[in-house]
Design a protein around this ligand. Structure first.
Ligand SMILES: [Zn+2]
Ligand SMILES: [Zn+2]
Length: 124
């Protein structure tokens, strides 16, 4: 279900609506339970972009870290950075805080390139 879907960052309700098309007998509670299980198994990652809605993100196969997110505050688009930008930061934290890092979350909030273009157009 989630795995077949191209779209990432789906909420449980989004997944439920997709599942319902094929399997109308499946309830929202089942979808929630399944998503919780998948996130415990680290097959999906549970993320929150600050809008109070938990979303589920498919973990890239073999990825050592969770990809970074760019969240546009104008249009709500979520772009992904697969490259790990935090290696240096992790080294410092591990060295100075003796903290063994297993993973991290990095989300940038700002205005995406598409929205920046839009506002340029209206100013002219
Ligand atoms: Zn993502
Ligand atoms: Zn935008």
């Amino acid at each position: 279900m989630l795995l077949e879907h191209e779209e990432d960052h789906l909420s449980a309700e989004d997944v439920y609506l997709l599942v319902k098309e094929k399997s109308p007998e499946i309830g929202l509670a089942t979808v929630y339970r399944t998503l919780e299980l998948l996130s415990e198994l680290k097959i999906v990652d549970k993320i929150n972009f600050g809008d109070g809605v938990s979303r589920y993100d498919l973990r890239q196969e073999g990825a050592a870290h969770f990809h970074h997110h760019l969240v546009c505050i104008e249009c709500g688009a979520v772009d992904e950075i697969q490259e790990d930008l935090l290696e240096d930061v992790e080294n410092i934290v591990e060295r100075d805080w003796k903290f063994k890092i297993k993973d991290h979350r990095l989300t940038f909030h700002g205005i995406c390139s598409r929205c920046q273009k839009d506002s340029d157009d209206t100013e002219e």
